[in-house]
Design a protein around this ligand. Structure first.
Ligand SMILES: *Cc1c(COP(=O)(O)O)cnc(C)c1O
Length: 350
């Protein structure tokens, strides 16, 4: 379905003129030129020049990997920056709103507050799926962004495909599918649907499966039109030189990453089976991610017991539908052996 995206963007963003950096105005990186245009230091150390504001090398590599065009890609300082740019392009403070589906990733709500945008929360169903009918009943022309975190953090499950399709077809605003954990799910990316849905943005990151949380690289994939709007307001040098270089290298090592994912999936399966044998574990939720949500008898108390054993888990028990639940990331096989030993010792403590 063709949707007109322009009316969803804030009018002043459409009309504004973006900052034009020295590197935007003169782009021929490959030629041996004398660059006296950006007040950089001329003394070469590998980092004395500003980075490429449009990250051409990285985007062309990503485009091949994701089967997209470079003009369908926006890169940012982590997904968090990319998500913030979406708020600022589409949401008029104190007028528009976003829809989020708790329990979910905390940054959507923080960014709503930062940007003075109302966050309409519609709880996931008891099995952590979006309630499409309630979402669509709540939505109106002020509903600019709908955040679908799939696989969802902290529940770990992937969202039902038919439900997502129904939302893509009928939601009046932009549907953002956050695929931070897609590499652990048994399905292809929603980027395959970009040509079909003008109002789709898919967000991914190098922070999880790609083992590069430290470099901060977030990615948005969308139509060239949406990417154009986001590009207009992004800080010119938002992805630094070191990040561009290490991201490029990380993306060369897809075989290594695939091997690591395989290990984590097999460890997840083993850990899930193990946890079901523990007497104070009440439920282990199914996971399509690199973590497990685990319901216990008394999560805050168990959390402290693991801390005393030198193991830090994430207490999600204050989140809706997550009463007494801890979130456990799948570690290396050695770490998981340690975690299991800690479980056994806590069982004995009582
Ligand atoms: C970890 C995570 C991210 C990653 O954010 P970065 O800023 O790219 O590190 C994004 N979305 C969700 C749901 C996450 O859990």
């Amino acid at each position: 379905m063709k949707k007109d995206i322009k009316p969803l963007a804030r009018p002043h963003i459409l009309s504004m003129k973006p900052y034009s950096s020295a590197r935007d105005e003169f782009k021929e990186f490959d030629k041996a030129m004398v660059f006296l245009d950006a007040n950089e230091s001329p003394f070469t150390n590998g980092l004395n020049r500003y980075p490429d504001p449009q990250q051409h090398a990285l985007k062309s590599q990503l485009a091949k990997l994701k089967n997209l065009n470079p003009d369908q890609i926006l890169l940012g300082n982590g997904s968090d920056e990319v998500l913030d740019l979406m708020y600022r392009v589409f949401c008029e403070p104190k007028t528009d709103h976003v829809i989020t589906l708790p329990p979910t990733y905390g940054m959507y709500a923080v960014l709503a507050e930062t940007n003075q945008v109302e966050n309409r929360e519609i709880r996931l169903t008891a099995n952590f799926q979006p309630d499409a009918d309630v979402i669509l009943k709540t939505a109106n022309s002020q509903s600019k962004l709908l955040f679908l975190c799939s696989p969802n953090n902290p529940s770990g499950n992937d969202f039902d495909q038919q439900t997502v399709l129904k939302l893509l077809e009928n939601f009046p605003g932009i549907v953002v599918i956050d695929e931070a954990y897609v590499d652990f799910a048994d399905r292809d990316s929603w980027t395959n649907y970009l040509s079909q849905f003008e109002n789709l943005i898919v967000v991914q990151t190098l922070s999880k499966a790609y083992a590069h949380a430290g470099i901060r690289l977030g990615m948005a994939f969308a139509s060239p039109e949406i990417i154009g709007y986001l590009n207009k307001i992004k800080p010119p040098y938002n992805v630094n030189q070191l990040t561009q270089l290490s991201a490029w290298r990380a993306l060369q090592n897809t075989d290594e990453v695939a091997g690591q994912i395989k290990v984590l999936l097999s460890e997840r399966k083993k850990m899930s089976a193990f946890l079901k044998t523990i007497n104070f574990v009440k439920k282990v939720y199914p996971s399509d991610a690199n973590f497990l949500l685990v319901k216990m008898d008394d999560a805050p108390r168990r959390y402290q017991q693991f801390l005393a054993q030198g193991i830090v888990l994430r207490d999600r028990s204050k989140q809706p539908l997550c009463e007494n639940a801890l979130r456990i990331t799948i570690g290396t096989p050695e770490e998981n052996v340690k975690l299991q030993a800690a479980f056994r010792s806590i069982v004995n403590e009582g």
